[in-house]
Design a protein around this ligand. Structure first.
Ligand code: ASP
Length: 334
């Protein structure tokens, strides 16, 4: 009798603990310069963001892992041609689409990444396969594609990724580059050609009911990038990072995020300086990043479910949903 009573108490204790464990998902659809768009266009982006948030939240609310949640959310945006990841990815200088993605499970510090893939429909699933099914962390190009195919990732023809919007953006960038070359050769080499456009990378971070954190990022990179260029998104510690302190996914001018080891630097500030996630992220995005001349933003979540979404560009598609019903989707500063 006493034993049954104790068992019941234990079950009740576990149920209450689980019910109180915060969980949440945060998603971004890229930082950049979205300009003043018509309401209908804004609404389309917001609806897409909400679909991704809901997909990730659904996994978490059913007790699924943060890793599954961020993968789900990112896949939704990869499949949506509005964003620069999967379908809709930007074009390289050579007129091809080369996709990068990474995922990290903060509970065990396992990570997987792919770079420069051209035929994987959802690069985040290839990154997940590298994490779960190989002894490696990062695979590139043809080898990554073969591995992804062998491990059941959906393969498409490179033409699948084409959108008129991204193609036109490349043509614009090429024209601009030509003009810049004629006036100032050195500057033309240094300026990214979509500097005044949105970047559009996608990413997600989550905290699950077991208290585990995860991060995922997927991108086509930057318009007019050179063949073979790899950005920050698939580099663990730069564009994507998760441990048992926080989970971070970045977007912006990748070269600066790599130099600043952006995502890990946020975690380090929390661990070594005792900063809150918001203070750590703001220091990196609003002070360190512009001091080098870079721009962009990030999303982050900590163990307690505190979130941060700073950016120093004109806009960043971003949103979240928390265990207590709190949630929002935004594009501009306010
Ligand atoms: N960070 C990405 C890159 O440099 C671009 C982006 O965030 O849109 O590849």
């Amino acid at each position: 009798m006493k034993r049954a009573y104790l068992c019941l108490l234990y079950v009740l204790y576990v149920q209450i603990a689980v019910a109180q464990q915060p969980f949440a998902i945060v998603v971004h659809g890229g930082a950049g310069y979205f300009g003043n768009q018509p309401e209908a266009v804004q609404a389309a982006y917001k609806a897409a963001m909400q679909r991704a948030i809901d997909a990730g939240y659904d996994v978490l609310s059913k007790g699924g892992s943060a890793t599954d949640a961020v993968e789900r959310a990112v896949m939704v945006l990869e499949d949506d041609s509005l964003f620069n990841a999967g379908k809709g990815a930007v074009f390289t200088h050579a007129g091809t689409n080369e996709l990068d993605a990474a995922i990290m499970d903060g509970s065990n510090m396992k990570a997987g990444a792919v770079a420069g893939v051209t035929t994987i429909k959802n690069p985040i699933t290839a990154a997940r396969a590298v994490m779960d099914k190989s002894m490696h962390v990062m695979m590139t190009g043809r080898g990554a594609e073969l591995f992804a195919r062998e491990n059941g990732c959906t393969v498409v023809k490179p033409a699948y990724f084409y959108t008129k919007h991204s193609w036109d953006a490349l043509q614009n960038a090429l024209r601009k580059e030509q003009k810049q070359k004629e006036t100032n050769k050195k500057k033309a080499m240094l300026q990214p050609d979509n500097y005044d456009e949105k970047y559009g990378t996608v990413g997600a971070v989550a905290l699950d009911k077991s208290g585990h954190l995860a991060a995922a990022t997927s991108t086509g990179g930057m318009t007019n990038k050179r063949h073979g260029r790899v950005g920050d998104a698939p580099i663990i510690g730069a564009g994507t990072y998760a441990n048992n302190i926080c989970a971070i996914s970045c977007t912006g001018w990748g070269e600066y995020f790599i130099r600043l080891v952006m995502a890990k630097s946020v975690s380090d500030r929390m661990e070594l300086k005792g900063s809150t996630i918001d203070d750590a992220a703001k220091d990196m995005i609003l002070q360190q990043l512009p001091s080098l001349g870079g721009d962009g933003g990030l999303i982050g979540i900590d163990k307690q479910g505190n979130i941060t979404m700073p950016f120093n560009t004109g806009s960043m598609f971003r949103g979240y949903k928390k265990w207590n019903g709190e949630g929002d989707v935004k594009i501009y500063k306010d």
